[in-house]
Design a protein around this ligand. Structure first.
Ligand code: PEP
Ligand code: MN
Length: 374
C-alpha cells in the first residue's frame, strides 16, 4: 500500500509522523517514507511493507494530510503506476527535470577519446543551448582487444569541460561499482562543475549486484538500458532492484533488442514500447536511436534511419533521447559507424523539437476530442 501525502508536506512533518504511528500499530508491517522532489513541488509517499493484505485504507484516508491511498499491485511494486493512481512527477537533478511530461536531448560521444574531441562536442552543444550529453568513460566491449574507454583518467577533463560549456548532466555508463567512487572522487576534485546520470548498459541489465549498489546510493540518478535479449518484464524487474535499494531517480531506456529480424539495423527498434513503459511505470522513458540502428544508412527522403527512428520514439512521447555524435566519426574509437557529425546537430535539434511539438499537439487533440465526448 502507498499513502500519498498532500503536496508539499515534507517527510519530517507531524502529519507524516501521525500516519507512520498508525501504520506501526499493525503487526508485521513497517513504514518507509520516501521523498520525491518534482520540478514544482515535493511529494511525500509512505510505503507500507510486510503483511499489508488485510489493512483497510479508510483509517488512513481520514487523515487531513493524506491525499490518497493506493493499493499496490504485485507487479513492479516500487516503479509501477498501480492502476494509474500513482503520479509520475519525476525528479530534478542538478537543475534538470526528468519526467514523463517533458523531453531532453542527450547528444554526445559514445566514448571519450580525447580532450580535444570532448571540447569540440561540448562547444557544439552550447551553440544550441543543450545542457545534457552522453560521454562514455568505461566501455563494455564485445572484444577484449577493442578500446575499453579511458576510464577514470579522462574524468577530470570531461567534468571540467562540461562545467566550462554549461553541461549540467552527463549520461555515463558504469560497469563496476568501483566506478561510482571514481566518479564521485573526480567530481569532488574538480569542484562539482556538472552532474552524472549513471548508465547501466544493456549488457549489465541483469547484473544484480551492480543494480543493488547503484540503487543503494542517492547521489546520482540512474539511466537503465533495457536488456537486449530479455523480455520487457525482466528489464522492468531489474529496475525494481534499483528502486527497492532506495534510489527512485530512474530513467528507463529503450535501445532495441538483438535479433536478425531487425536486419539491416543493428537491433530491432522497440520504440513501440515507449507508451507501454509510461503506462506500466512512473519512470521517464529514454530512447537510444544510435544503438538501435547502429549505422548511417539514409532513406530516399534524405534523413538517416537513425533520425527517422528518433522521430518515431519522440512522436510516441519519449522523454529523453541519447544520440551518438563525433567531431570526426571516421576516427572514433567506438561506434564511429553510427555517429552523427557536428554539422548534423542542427538538423537533429530542430527536427526533434518539431516532432516533440507534434506529439504535444497530438495530446491536445486527444484531450479536446475526449472533452467533446463527455
Ligand atoms: C552505450 O550507450 O554506449 C551502450 C554501450 O549502449 P548499450 O548498453 O545500449 O549497448
Ligand atoms: Mn556505443
Amino acid at each position: 500500500m502507498i499513502i500519498v501525502m498532500k503536496a508539499d508536506i515534507p517527510p519530517e512533518s507531524p502529519a507524516v509522523a501521525e500516519v507512520v504511528r498508525m501504520v506501526e500499530r499493525y503487526p508485521g508491517v513497517r513504514a518507509e517514507v520516501r521523498k520525491i522532489q518534482g520540478a514544482t513541488r515535493l511529494l511525500t509517499e509512505i510505503y507500507l511493507l510486510g503483511e499489508t493484505g488485510t489493512i483497510p485504507r479508510e483509517p488512513f484516508e481520514e487523515f487531513s494530510g493524506v491525499e490518497k491511498v493506493i493499493r499496490i499491485r504485485e507487479r513492479y511494486r516500487a516503479i509501477g503506476r498501480h492502476e494509474a493512481q500513482a503520479e509520475a512527477i519525476g525528479f530534478v537533478y542538478n537543475g534538470i527535470h526528468f519526467s514523463q511530461e517533458n523531453f531532453h536531448l542527450f547528444p554526445g560521444l559514445c566514448a571519450v577519446d580525447s580532450a580535444e574531441n570532448t571540447e569540440a562536442m561540448f562547444r557544439a552543444l552550447r551553440e544550441f543551448g543543450i545542457q545534457t550529453t552522453r560521454a562514455g568513460a568505461y566501455k563494455p566491449r564485445t572484444s577484449p582487444y577493442d578500446f575499453q574507454g579511458h576510464g577514470r583518467a579522462c574524468l577530470p577533463y570531461v567534468f571540467e569541460l562540461a562545467g566550462k560549456y554549461g553541461i549540467r548532466v552527463i549520461a555515463m555508463e558504469i560497469t563496476h561499482e568501483s566506478h561510482l567512487d571514481e566518479i564521485h572522487a573526480a567530481l569532488e576534485v574538480v569542484g562539482q562543475p556538472t552532474g552524472v546520470l549513471l548508465q547501466i548498459g544493456t549488457r549489465n541489465a541483469q547484473n544484480f549486484e551492480l543494480l543493488k549498489a547503484v540503487g543503494q546510493q542517492n547521489e546520482f540518478p540512474v539511466l537503465f538500458k533495457r536488456g537486449m535479449g530479455i523480455t520487457l518484464d525482466e528489464s522492468l524487474n531489474a529496475c525494481e532492484y534499483l528502486a527497492t535499494g532506495g534510489n527512485h531517480c530512474i530513467v528507463f531506456c529503450l535501445r532495441g533488442v538483438k535479433t536478425n529480424l531487425g536486419d539491416p539495423h543493428r537491433n530491432l527498434v522497440d520504440f513501440g514500447h515507449v507508451p507501454v513503459v509510461k503506462r506500466l511505470t512512473r519512470l521517464p522513458v529514454c530512447i537510444d536511436p544510435s544503438h538501435s540502428v547502429g549505422k548511417r544508412d539514409r532513406a530516399p527522403d534524405g534523413y538517416l534511419d537513425i533520425q527517422h527512428v528518433c522521430a518515431q520514439g519522440v512522436i510516441a512521447g519519449a522523454n529523453m533521447a541519447l544520440l551518438d555524435f563525433h567531431p570526426r566519426p571516421e576516427e572514433a574509437l567506438c561506434d564511429g559507424p553510427q555517429a552523427l557529425t557536428l554539422q548534423e546537430l542542427e538538423l537533429v535539434v530542430r527536427d526533434t523539437q518539431l516532432v516533440r511539438r507534434a506529439y504535444e499537439d497530438r495530446c491536445k487533440l486527444r484531450a479536446e476530442l475526449a472533452q467533446k465526448g463527455d
